[in-house]
Design a protein around this ligand. Structure first.
Ligand code: FAD
Length: 587
């Protein structure tokens, strides 16, 4: 493909069949797949720069250094009433490959029942587990960890595919994680049972964590889908460092009143003169759960009241644009472990050790830098009484095989909260996450400047169910660390959580220390064909924006309901499916 850094480098006589706005996780998949047919001329417009320019993207252990760096959009929420009015960081990848290049690489597809539930919600069987299986297989593949250890007890090879994203389990497994898995294998309580492969249909129980890492390097949308095409695909152009501001309708040539939104207005900053490019076939928005509703709104597609307030002429009333925002919260609980246990604490504290590890990684892609931060993970359900006591009639998850809460195990004191890392000692961090939240908010805007930041309000921890579920997650963690053999490694609880005895005190701790695990979604939700208006979604099951022509949205904003796992694999699967639908339509 050709890469351009400024719009004036584009050949002004060249035209494109497809314009993809946002070269992130979904956008990179679409760019690679749509350009497989050499008759298609494809243009990607990406706000950020190139992955190759940032070493920390490639080194898995350095993942946590990427948020708040130059490859992050650096968004924040408005004050969150459920979290003591704190403002929460919302990182998003500002780079070709998007958030897949700055995320923590955990790689989980939702359970089999989740997909079937989504298919029911949007009334389209082509979203069922069985129907999307081919997209899972097409997207990722299991590779050996760099230490070459036998993984047959850790994953089920036959559940995995042959796609470009490399996925592996941890190398050089640490004693804490061995102990966690041993504990789960011995646990009497079903909820803590060992799961041989959390990507094989059921996510529930403890398992060895799978991460988008191969050959010791992060495998993201950019390196997996685009890098292999660097010297091929003359029909793919990628324009970086450039933002799409809004979409404009093609001037009408007939009495057809449906707006045809194939003109993209782009600019490099708010003072640069905007340039318009027209797609012959379609524009696809893949600008993420913040970028896509923003572009729709600035183009006059959104809730009428909101557009009026902003003074944007209404093109199409679409009440769900920017609505239904949900995210998963993250809450770390810290434990001291037996003195001298081999954890990552020294690596995190000692700059010389870290540099040596980076040098080793650069020399031969081995050593501690080849791993992400977590290594074992559990997905759990809460009891049905949690629904009724919160006044909830339906199970908030995607069904009986899906989780409400997650526990991520990190060896060492993880720097994911405002609690300062202690200068000495060895730690285990167990992060509680709510993966089936009912708290829901929105994205709104207070400016028509495409470069202005929106108001992001996930309304974290405002729903009664979420409050009960996070307390349950904390109790589950406190129960698990007392089980054998893990209880012989864990020596105590660290921090003020040790004093929390009642549910109310546990909830207070959660309000004080929760942040986002960065799974924002649903701001241009998918709904069934034919149904329009509030609650029926922004796009149909073929990702077409309802009520206009020439425009689809393909990214995390279209999830019909939150995945009850980490979100990237769902984005990849939905993007592979979108490419298939688009290419199928042109045959
Ligand atoms: C710090 C962090 C940690 C995470 N950890 C995990 C994890 O461990 N496991 C997991 O499964 N998921 C994780 N996630 C979530 C997951 O990465 C995202 O859900 C997924 O990557 C979203 O994909 P997307 O295509 O919707 O958006 P993105 O990948 O964010 O892509 C959107 C792209 O559009 C570009 N863009 C936006 N606006 C414009 C515009 N106006 N013009 C041009 N370009 C634009 C952006 O720069 C970006 O490249 C994490 C996310 C973050 C940020």
């Amino acid at each position: 493909y050709h890469i351009f850094t400024s719009p004036d480098q584009l050949d002004s006589t060249k035209t494109y069949d497809y314009i993809i706005v946002g070269g992130g996780t979904a956008g990179s998949v679409l760019a690679a797949r749509l350009s497989e047919d050499e008759r298609n001329q494809v243009l990607v417009i990406e706000a950020g720069g190139r992955v190759e320019d940032v070493l920390a993207i490639r080194i898995p252990f350095l993942g946590p250094t990427l948020p708040r760096s130059q490859v992050d959009w650096n968004y924040t929420t408005i004050p969150q009433t459920g979290l003591g009015n704190r403002i929460i960081n919302i990182p998003r990848g500002f780079v070709l490959g998007g958030s897949s290049c700055i995320n923590q690489m955990v790689f989980h597809r939702p359970s089999n029942g989740s997909w079937d539930h989504w298919a029911d919600l949007v009334d389209d069987p082509s979203l069922s587990w069985e129907a999307v299986q081919k997209y899972w297989l097409r997207n990722s593949r299991l590779v050996d960890p760099v230490d070459g250890h036998d993984t047959s007890e850790e994953v089920i090879l036959s559940a995995h595919g042959f796609g470009p994203v490399n996925v592996s389990v941890y190398s050089y497994t640490k004693p804490i994680h061995k102990s966690i898995i041993e504990t789960s294998k011995k646990a009497v309580d079903e909820k803590f049972k060992f799961n041989h492969d959390q990507n094989a249909g059921s996510n529930l129980g403890w398992g060895w964590q799978q991460a988008a890492i191969g050959g010791g390097q992060r495998s993201c949308a950019s390196t997996a889908y685009l890098s292999p095409l660097t010297n091929t695909r003359s029909n793919l152009d990628i324009l970086i460092n450039t933002q799409a501001a809004k979409l404009l309708p093609i001037p009408k040539t007939s009495n057809n009143l449906t707006p045809d939104l194939r003109i993209v207005e782009i600019a490099q900053n708010s003072t640069a003169p905007p340039i318009c490019i027209t797609a012959r076939k379609e524009v696809i928005l893949s600008a993420g759960f913040i970028g896509s509703p923003k572009i729709l709104t600035l183009s006059g597609i959104g809730p009428e009241k909101e557009l009026k307030r902003l003074g944007i002429p209404l093109l199409l009333e679409s009440p769900d644009v920017g609505a239904n925002l949900q995210d998963h919260i993250l809450l770390p609980l810290y434990f001291t472990v037996v003195n001298g246990t081999d954890t990552n604490d020294e690596l995190s504290r000692n700059a010389t050790l870290r540099q040596e590890a980076i040098d080793q990684w650069i020399a031969n892609r081995t050593g501690p830098m080849v791993n992400g931060q977590s290594n074992t993970v559990a997905y759990l359900r809460v009891g049905d009484d949690h629904f009724s006591s919160a006044g909830v009639k339906e199970d908030p998850s995607n069904g009986a095989g899906s989780a409400h809460i997650e526990i991520l195990a990190l060896d060492g004191f993880s720097r994911v909260s405002t609690i300062p890392a202690p200068p000495t000692g060895q730690f285990l961090t167990l992060i509680a996450s709510l993966v089936a939240p009912l708290s829901s908010g929105n994205i709104t805007f207070n400016s028509t400047d495409p470069f202005a930041y929106p108001l992001i309000n996930p309304n974290f921890l405002t729903h009664k169910f979420d409050q009960a579920a996070i307390v349950q997650a904390m109790k589950d963690i406190l129960e698990f660390v007392q089980l054998s053999p893990l209880n012989s490694l864990v020596t105590g609880i660290y921090g003020s959580i040790a004093d929390a005895k009642t549910d109310a005190e546990l909830l207070e701790y959660a309000r004080e220390y929760s942040g986002s695990i960065n799974h924002g979604s649903r701001t241009a939700r998918m709904g069934p064909y034919g149904k329009k208006g509030k609650g029926w979604g922004v796009v149909d099951p073929s990702y077409r924006v309802k009520g206009v022509k020439g425009l689809r949205v393909v990214d995390a904003s279209v999830f019909p309901q939150m995945p009850n796992v980490h979100t990237q694999a769902s984005v990849y699967i939905l993007a592979e499916r979108a490419a298939d639908i688009i290419l199928g339509g042109q045959k």
